[in-house]
Design a protein around this ligand. Structure first.
Ligand SMILES: CC(C)(COP(=O)(O)OP(=O)(O)OC[C@H]1O[C@@H](n2cnc3c(N)ncnc32)[C@H](O)[C@@H]1OP(=O)(O)O)[C@@H](O)C(=O)NCCC(=O)NCCS
Length: 146
C-alpha cells in the first residue's frame, strides 16, 4: 500500500466497518517499519479491490485490518489477501498469526476457519461501537506457508 492507493482504500474502509480507520491511520501504517500494508488491485486498471494490514513483530504476526470492495466480495480477493499475509509472516520468520473478529461477522469467521484459524477465546464487549464480543483466532505459521 502506498499513499496513492488511499483514494481507493478509504471508500472500502468506510463501507466495511462501523468505526472506520481515518486516512491518517493508514498513512501511519504505510510509514511504520513493522507494518505490512498490502493492496489487491485489478489486473487491468490497478483499481484497489481490497487491502490488508498486518503487524509482524518478532515471531508473531497480527492481522489488524482486511477488507474487500463490496461489489467484488465472494470472488476470492479476501482469501488471496489473507494467504498473502500468512505467506509474508512465515517468510519473515513468524511462527503464529493472530487476529480479533466481531462475533457476528460470519463471512470473515468462515474465511478464517477455511484457512486453518482456530478459536482461542472471547473478549466480551470488546467493540465499544456496537458492544459486540471479539472472537480471538490464531493459526500456526509453518515453513511450508512461506
Ligand atoms: C470478510 C471479507 C474480507 C471476505 O472477503 P471476500 O473477498 O468476500 O472473501 P472470499 O471471496 O475470498 O471468500 C473466502 C471465504 O470466506 C467465506 N465467505 C465469504 N463471504 C461470505 C459470506 N457472505 N457468507 C458466508 N461466508 C462467506 C467463505 O467460506 C469463502 O470461501 P468459499 O467461497 O470457498 O466458500 C469481506 O466480506 C469484507 O471485506 N467484509 C467487510 C470487512 C470485514 O469484515 N473484514 C474482516 C474484519 S476481521
Amino acid at each position: 500500500m502506498e499513499r496513492s492507493d488511499l483514494d481507493g482504500v478509504m471508500p472500502i474502509e468506510n463501507a466495511s466497518f462501523p468505526t472506520p480507520w481515518p486516512r491518517n491511520v493508514f498513512e501511519e501504517e504505510i510509514d511504520r517499519a513493522f507494518s505490512d500494508a498490502r493492496v489487491a488491485v485489478s489486473p487491468e486498471g490497478g483499481e484497489v479491490l481490497g487491502y490488508s494490514v498486518c503487524w509482524i513483530v518478532l515471531d508473531e504476526s497480527h492481522l489488524l485490518n482486511i477488507a474487500v470492495r463490496p461489489d467484488v466480495r465472494g470472488s476470492g480477493v479476501g482469501s488471496a489477501l489473507l494467504r498473502d499475509c500468512i505467506r509474508r509472516g512465515a517468510m519473515a520468520g513468524a511462527g503464529l498469526i493472530h487476529l480479533e473478529v466481531r462475533a457476528g461477522n460470519q463471512a470473515a469467521l468462515r474465511m478464517y476457519e477455511k484457512d486453518g484459524f482456530a478459536f482461542q477465546g472471547i473478549r466480551r464487549r470488546y467493540y465499544t461501537d456496537t458492544g459486540e464480543d471479539a472472537i480471538l483466532l490464531s493459526r500456526e505459521l509453518r515453513e511450508s506457508d512461506a
